[in-house]
Each structure stands twice: as C-alpha cells, then as structure tokens.
Design a protein around this ligand. Sequence first.
Ligand code: NAI
Ligand code: MG
Length: 354
Amino acid sequence: MTTSYRIALIPGDGIGTEVLPPACAVLDAVGKRHGLTFAYDSFDWSCQRYLDQGAMMPADGLDRIRNHDAILLGAVGWPGVPDHVSLWGLLIPIRRQFRQYVNLRPIKVLEGVPSPVAKATSDVSFVVVRENVEGEYSEIGGRLNRGFPEEMAVQEAVFTRAGTERILHYAFETAKGRTGRLVSATKSNGIVHTMPFWDEIAKEVGDRYPEVSWRQEHIDALAAKVILDPGRFDVIVGSNLFGDILSDLAAAVAGSIGIAPAANLNPEREFPSMFEPVHGSAPDIAGQGVANPIGAIWSASMMLDHLGHPEAGAEVLDAFATVLATTDARTPDLGGTASTKEFTELVLGNIASR
Ligand code: NAI
Ligand code: MG
C-alpha cells in the first residue's frame, strides 16, 4: 500500500534553495522503501519576492498551504531586506497562525564531526523544546519620545497559562518517551513575574509525570553547563527566548550550524507543521553549491517522524551518519571539499544499498 503526502516547499533565499532539493531527493528515496510518495508544491516566498512585489508572501499565502500535510522550509533572509521583515513577514505568521507552538531541536554529536567542546563525545544526544508562539517575542509594547533624551522602548513578555502548560506538557511527554530526564530553563531570581509563573506551572505539570525526574535551572548557569557537560542532558524546555538561545548554543556544541534541524510542530495536527534547518540563507556561500545539506535532510527526517513513519525517519538519520562515519566526504563547513550534490549522492547511495 502506498501513502501519499502533499508537501509545501518554501525554499526561500540563498542556500535555502540549494538544500531543499537534496532533502526532497532523500525523501523520495526513503519513501520508495517504505511505500510513501510525496507530491511537492513549491512557493517562491522570499526576500526576492519582497523586493519585487512588496511582500514576502501573497495575502492569501497561509490559505494556500493550510491543507498540505507538512511544510518544508529552506531559509529566508537576504542583505538589503531587514531581518525583521523576513521573520515577521513569513516565518512568524506561519508559526503563529498554524499554532506551531513547539519548536523542537534535537542535538547529537555525530561520529566524524568534531565538536568545539572537548567533552562533547558521540554519546551527547538531547532535545531542546522551545515555546514557539508567545513569551518574550511579543508585539505588545511601543516606543515613546523618539529623538528626545527621555526616548523609551517597552516590550512586554506574555506568558499565558494555556501556552505555558501545553509546552511543558509536550516536554514532559517527550522526556517520558526518552530517558525520563528533564531540565526546565528559568530565571525566576531576576525576572520576578513571568518566570515564577513558569516555574509554578512546571511543578504542576511535573507532578503529573512521576516517571520523569526533573529540575529547574537558571538560564545563565544552564548555558554554561551545556558547554561544560553536554552529556548530562536529555530534554531541556524553555521559553521562546531562552529556547532560541539555548538551541543555537547547543547546535554549536554539535559542531556546525549546517547540520542542525528544527521542527515547528502543531501537536494537535489542526494545521500543517513546518520543518526547517536551523541555519539561515548564508549569503557568504550562496550560489557556490557547497552548502551542507544535512540540516535540511535531518529536518525532512523529523517530518517523517511527525507524519507517523519513525522507521523511515531513523533510516535517513542513519544514512547520513553512516556517510560521515565511514567516508571522508564532507562539505567545506565541516572541513571537506565535497559539494552539496556530491554529499547528497553518497547519502542517496547509502539508502539505495539497504
Ligand atoms: P547563517 O546561518 O545564514 O550563516 C552563518 C554562517 O554559517 C555563515 O558563515 C554560513 O556560511 C554558515 N552556514 C550556515 N548554514 C550553512 C550550511 N548549510 N552549510 C555551510 N555553511 C553554512 O546566519 P546569518 O549569516 O546570521 O544570516 C544570514 C541570513 O539568514 C540573515 O538574513 C538571517 O536573517 C537569515 N536567517 C534565517 C533563518 C531562517 O530562515 N530560519 C535562520 C537564521 C538566519
Ligand atoms: Mg535562533
């Protein structure tokens, strides 16, 4: 029996357009072995579109992708277009309107990819669960007295009970399905309203998961520990800002921003979820055909997990991990000379040989 999926592709800008074709090729290859087919609809929503037509996406953009099974995004952002335009004109509307309130980022130190952190050996494997739709990244606030000495800016962090409960619930469920260890990032010593609220709800939710052993740690000390002893983590949950910073930090521990994947999940499946590499459009190497496709391929593997095919997802992970562990082939960001295409061919060859 074949199961078919309709995937919305948003390659975006720069290397975003170079890493999505490898991800689709890998999906097609692994799909063949597991009775899955993928139909892709590609959308040109990007900074280029913004420069040509004045908007990152059309006014009815979200309606055009609402009924797809998932969204695969490359990266958006380009010099000359302010980053807040690309973010608030495309990524944030998708995340918020499609209630993708979980941002999930797995961190693994892969064999053959040296970490800048001496203690990060290949047993380092954890996930960062980041709240993705509220918290510190809010539109509430404003500026007053522009141009005067008393000029001011206020931005309110918004933590709702519903939003905080559901992300913590998701994180505890994730920990339950892994090794049962969780750390909740906080800063309730300095941020005296929202963070104690977060901690209270963490305790309430945690009490419902006796099988998960958890504790809270202040974000500053926690950041240091991610560097000093990354092997001790399993699941880390944090607010939008804390999760954002921690997950980039953790991606650096794994060796390269080019390999890090991310999922923006709507766990209730009322809307499509979105899968994207953590990296941006990399204008410095765009157009050279040397972008590392692993971040995008790994994101596609997370999409397979979400669509209910974890065995196919695991095969994709194993395919690129095996190429890294058993050959010298690497893109330049990992110290090699392989092109995007050459590295992708090896991953496809590995899948075909199974
Ligand atoms: P970036 O991730 O694009 O690049 C940072 C450095 O990492 C560059 O030296 C780049 O060459 C390298 N790099 C990134 N991905 C790579 C890959 N797959 N293979 C090899 N090398 C890779 O971050 P940067 O330079 O801060 O941002 C560039 C643009 O991308 C900006 O406009 C920014 O707003 C946007 N951006 C978009 C994101 C998204 O679409 N989710 C996320 C981060 C940045
Ligand atoms: Mg970030």
